[in-house]
Design a protein. Structure first.
Length: 483
């Protein structure tokens, strides 16, 4: 499989093509120090032999943002060095920090925008990025990634919504000026032999935002500037964020945030075509910069497909690897049947947005880290009724119920439409599930598998089939009772 071919990025050789993109864990302390919980989270990815681990966003300045890692002062280097040592001592995984600058926001809904920054502010940002990458090198990281995606400063300069009227706005060249200055400063401080990548959005997914027609050109300039890899995301902007009174703006609360971390109602691999379009454009211009993309790629078949068809050079799997850090080992060893399938419930997204410690809903409770893998563990067992799965149609939904299985941590619910491809639809903790996406004229077949803490799954339960009928539109709906 192409997933398990090595990939050379300057002097950094990834042992496979799987990357865990930066995900804020909220496991740092309020001052930004590396904690034991941080070490445990990233060592867990290394135990799973992920090819490239991108450590959550590290701030280059002192602005407060809750429990967020810092790389803004030399005093943070020893803690970060311990992190890199622990990862390198665990496996061949490579590890880079994501380095970030963000602007001020308020609980009133006010936020600082790029046109409010002075030229002195910009000069300071340029120096801070260079110093931060220098610290990353001194801490033993294998490279660094600059965060120029979503709602953050570098991305806001690149945006078509950049309202500056000076040399840092107005034209595409103007919007690219800051990142050009940043990269020059970075190279001056760390040299040309240290791998430096960058994350951008392929499509802003906001009104008047840029799409691939411009992100292709932005990517070309980034390659010309000497960036060593390109990591693509989408959306996640402040411009369409939904403000809740008394709370700070969360850039993943609007439609662009939906696209950035798509929920279970979106199709798998929904942004792969954007990555493929950008990569094809770069290749046509003679740029061989490795390109990664993300967005519901945790299905091994889908991940392999986007590599095999040339859409990407390596794949970003964030929530899927949070759910199961052993994804790489299980797929490589032919144990995909033991994968803990992310169901894209986005509990992790909500925890991050509320500055709470980020965990996965599918892990055993209580637990701050994914459980250690145990390939020899026994799968949960059904009783004599093989789960006793039953289904009924109630109010336009299919309601499934089954008998709990001994040793089950969760249940994977499978569905096939009109006897087509069987897919995992959801993962639940209780012995009940409701399917709200059924319609008359279709035939639906379901079964359930009981799963242990590290993915061992029971045989399928008994299967049930439902065939919804057309509603009687002649009858007036029953009015809801007044409350």
């Amino acid at each position: 499989m192409k997933l398990f071919e090595p990939l050379a990025i300057k002097g950094m050789v990834l042992p496979n093509r799987v990357m865990v993109p930066a995900m804020v864990t909220r496991l740092a302390d309020e001052e930004g120090w590396v904690t034991q919980d941080i070490l445990d989270r990233y060592v867990r990815y290394a135990e799973g032999e992920v090819g490239l681990i991108v450590v959550e966003a590290m701030a280059i300045h002192q602005s407060k943002s809750g429990p967020l890692l810092r790389i803004s002062d030399d005093k943070f280097i020893p803690g970060l060095a311990e992190l890199t040592k622990r990862v390198h001592d665990t496996s061949a995984s490579k590890v880079v920090p994501q380095i970030i600058h963000f602007m001020k926001i308020s609980k009133s809904g006010w936020r600082q925008t790029v046109d409010m920054l002075s030229l002195d502010d910009i000069d300071l940002i340029v120096e801070q990025f260079g110093d931060a990458v220098r610290r990353a090198r001194e801490a033993g990281f294998d490279g660094a990634e600059l965060h120029s995606a979503h709602a953050y400063t570098l991305s806001s300069f690149l945006s078509r919504r950049n309202a500056r009227k000076d040399e840092y706005g107005g034209t595409l060249e103007g919007r690219l000026r800051l990142i050009g200055r940043v990269m020059e400063n970075v190279r001056r401080k760390v040299g040309d032999d240290f791998p430096v990548g960058i994350r951008i959005v392929a499509d802003e997914f906001i009104k008047d935002g840029y799409t691939t027609s411009e992100s292709k050109l932005i990517a070309l300039r980034l390659a010309q500037l000497g960036f060593d890899f390109l990591s693509l995301s989408v959306g996640g902007k402040f411009e369409d964020a939904i403000h809740q009174p008394g709370h700070i703006l969360v850039p993943y609360s609007g439609y662009s945030g939906d696209r950035c971390m798509p929920g279970n109602w979106y199709p798998n691999g929904l942004h792969a075509n954007l990555a493929g379009e950008i990569k094809s454009f770069l290749n046509a211009k003679g740029c061989a910069i490795p390109v990664a993309g993300a967005g519901k790629l945790s299905d091994p078949v889908e991940a392999e497909r986007v590599l095999a068809d040339g859409s990407m050079d390596f794949v970003g799997i964030a929530r899927g690897l949070l759910a199961d850090p052993d994804w790489v080992k299980k797929v490589r060893n032919g144990q995909a049947d033991r994968l803990i399938h992310c169901d894209y419930c986005n509990v992790c997204k909500h925890l991050d947005g509320t500055h709470k410690k980020v965990i996965c809903f599918l892990w055993p409770r209580p637990g701050l880290q994914a459980p250690a893998d145990d390939p020899a563990a026994a799968a949960p067992a059904w009783g004599a009724d093989r789960g006793g799965l039953v289904a009924s149609v109630e109010g336009g939904s299919a309601v499934l119920k089954w008998t709990a299985a001994a040793g089950a941590e969760r249940y994977d619910v499978y569905r096939a439409d009109d006897e087509g491809e069987v897919k995992v639809e959801d993962a639940v903790k209780s012995a009940r599930w409701i399917d709200n996406e059924i319609i008359a004229g279709m035939r639906y077949r379901y079964y359930v598998r009981a799963c242990g803490p590290t993915g061992q799954a029971s045989p399928p339960s008994n299967s049930v089939v439902i065939e919804p009928t057309l509603p009687d539109y002649r009858a007036a709906p029953v009015a809801a009772a007044a409350v």
